[in-house]
Design a protein around this ligand. Structure first.
Ligand SMILES: Cc1cc2nc3c(=O)[nH]c(=O)nc-3n(C[C@H](O)[C@H](O)[C@H](O)COP(=O)(O)OP(=O)(O)OC[C@H]3O[C@@H](n4cnc5c(N)ncnc54)[C@H](O)[C@@H]3O)c2cc1C
Length: 351
């Protein structure tokens, strides 16, 4: 009698478990494969303009994606103030407010957002594996939208005035300094490009470089040296940014230090642009995904496809040329369409 009773309990538990699994598979693109691995059809790594646009498009195609937001939810634009060049906002918008709207729009269509940072991936298995500190996820397709971080000098005043006179993007913020004097720090091609861009808007552009020659290409150097709006300050580094905090935060000048004799001098400027390079956030993918020597992910022509079928890339992490919110959003759209077509194809092949 006791044996029969136990057998009944075991059969009952197994049938309930089987039933639950079927229900889950039918009702959602997400399932629990084991106690700690959550499976999604599509996981998007990154919650900047590329990540949320990819989520919006994928969700509206019925995919129910998961966005892993990382350590900077909303991406780089949450570190700035006014955004005046994103279409659709004629009066401009604050970066954080804009990214809240991106998130709301993606969530309206069944995007799930988790505030987790991916620490490790395995793209050699199918489904793909993504490990966070306390959770492991698997996915049939992945979109990498992890952006590229601007490099900073690391002086305290740089972060104190970031967004209030200090910027790492002349294309984004140059317009705010129309008719004013600014400094740009750097000696590579990006610094030369940004100096030339600023010289079309600003009254005077000082290029501060710690050595006595640039590492930029000859042609870019020549253009900078020939400009009557640009003055190069050789053998100097930015020592500190000077500014007011009241009545509102603003930059008023910069202290420069001579790299040869250690002497200092101050110049009066309204803006400081740091152009010493960007670091794509792609380190965790390097064992699987092809990228250039800096870490920018290679995509196949005018697509978002990486060297691994089913893994796509979008935004600044694969774009060393434009690095803008609108171009990143555009690439996010492309990646979602590519991923959706990949998943569709995969379903047909497995039938
Ligand atoms: C100060 C500043 C001002 C700017 N102003 C403008 C402007 O006015 N107009 C404009 O068009 N552009 C501007 N830009 C550039 C613009 O912000 C970027 O081009 C754009 O944000 C790139 O979008 P993205 O989605 O590719 O990446 P990002 O916005 O960089 O987002 C990357 C995302 O990936 C996440 N992430 C990274 N690693 C991981 C990981 N391992 N796991 C999980 N998540 C991860 C991060 O948390 C983040 O959410 C500005 C940039 C800066 C720094």
């Amino acid at each position: 009698m006791y044996f029969k009773y136990c057998l009944f309990i075991v059969v009952f538990i197994i049938s309930i478990a089987g039933c639950n699994r079927n229900n889950n598979e039918e009702s959602s693109s997400k399932r629990v494969d084991s106690i700690s691995t959550m499976h999604y059809e599509l996981i998007i790594i990154g919650s900047g303009p590329a990540g949320y646009t990819a989520a919006l498009y994928a969700a509206r195609a019925g995919i129910k994606p998961l966005v892993l937001a990382g350590e900077t939810p909303g991406g780089q634009l949450t570190t700035t103030t006014d955004v005046e060049n994103y279409p659709g906002f004629p009066d401009g918008i604050q970066g954080t407010e804009m990214m809240d709207l991106f998130q709301k729009q993606a969530e309206r269509f069944e995007t799930k957002v988790e505030y987790k940072h991916v620490e490790e991936v395995d793209f050699n298995t199918e489904p793909f594996i993504l490990k966070c500190e306390d959770e492991t996820y698997s996915a049939d397709a992945v979109i990498i939208a992890t952006g590229a971080s601007a490099k900073w000098l690391g002086i305290p005043s740089e972060q104190a005035f970031n967004g209030y006179g200090v910027s790492a993007c002349a294309t984004c913020d140059g317009f705010f300094y129309k008719g004013k004097d600014v400094i740009i720090v750097g000696g590579g091609d990006t610094a030369m490009e940004e100096a030339l861009f600023l010289s079309r808007l600003c009254n005077k552009v000082y290029v501060v470089h710690r050595r006595d020659s640039f590492r930029a290409s000859k042609i870019m150097q020549q253009r900078v040296l020939n400009s009557d709006k640009i003055e190069v300050i050789w053998n100097h580094q930015l020592d500190e940014i000077i500014g007011d905090t009241e009545p509102r935060k603003k930059v008023t000048g910069a202290r420069l230090k001579n790299t040869q004799d250690g002497s200092t001098k101050e110049i009066s400027v309204s803006g400081v642009f740091i152009a010493i390079g960007h670091q794509p956030n792609s380190k965790i993918f390097k064992d699987f995904i092809q990228m250039d020597e800096v870490g920018y992910i290679y995509v196949d022509g005018r697509t978002s496809k990486t060297n691994i079928p089913g893994v796509f890339a979008a935004g600044d992490v694969c774009d060393k040329v434009y690095r803008q919110a609108v171009t990143s959003a555009g690439m996010g759209c492309m990646a979602a369409i590519d991923a959706e077509r990949y998943l569709e194809e995969k379903k047909h092949l497995s039938k």
